[in-house]
Design a protein around this ligand. Structure first.
Ligand code: CUA
Length: 199
């Protein structure tokens, strides 16, 4: 029968939702609400929020900071010619993302807090510490500081997880975390000056 929006169709043209459909709808709705509540809740109780240390920075100024960082605590070069830096516990650590590499190579100590600064020379990059679920956007023009404490010794990779150009897949950096009992100075490292006023 022909009907329009002005006249109701005859008879029962709809059927009540089946029980399983109602159950499914209820589960989905409750789950949506849980996820929705998690967003603001996680901001308060989650341990994954950024430290809130951020500042605008010109890329060339950030490069100068990285270079100073390498001069201060550099211990040599990696096989691929990237400077290796072993900063003292509690220090500010500067990592530069650029098409298509992470520099320098970081040599950190387990169980010690650092402030890890991230910035980019050119485009957006993504800091992803493999194999952990640590992700952060690396943005040109901004210096983001993250308070980090390596909890496990090991040899880790920084993978770029933001598409940044043709060499994106080649953009792999390195973080070495030494066990708590060893010193921060690696093989061939120069003796380091004591840091801080309370030593
Ligand atoms: Cu850097 Cu993708």
């Amino acid at each position: 029968m022909h009907t329009t929006g002005l006249t109701s169709p005859q008879g029962i043209w709809w059927k009540p939702a089946h029980k399983s459909e109602k159950v499914w709808f209820t589960i989905s709705f409750v789950w949506c609400m849980i996820l929705f509540a998690m967003m603001p809740l996680w901001h308060v109780v989650g341990g994954q929020n950024p430290s809130g240390i951020r500042a605008k920075v010109e890329p060339r100024d950030y490069i100068a900071r990285v270079q100073q960082f390498v001069r201060d605590y550099g211990t040599g070069e990696s096989e691929s010619g990237i400077p290796v830096v072993a900063p003292p516990p509690g220090s500010d650590v500067y990592l530069l993302a650029a098409q298509f590499q992470w520099a320098p190579v970081l040599q950190l100590q387990e169980g010690v807090e650092y402030t890890l600064h991230l910035s980019s020379l050119d485009v957006n990059h993504g800091f992803n510490l493999y194999p952990f679920n640590v992700n952060f956007q690396v943005v040109p023009g901004y210096d983001y500081g993250l308070r980090v404490t390596p909890t496990e010794a090991g040899d880790y990779r920084i993978v770029c997880n933001e598409f940044c150009g043709l060499g994106h897949h080649l953009m792999v950096g390195k973080v070495l975390v030494l066990p708590a009992e060893t010193t921060a100075t690696g093989p061939g490292a120069e003796p380091q000056a004591p840091v801080g006023g309370d030593s």
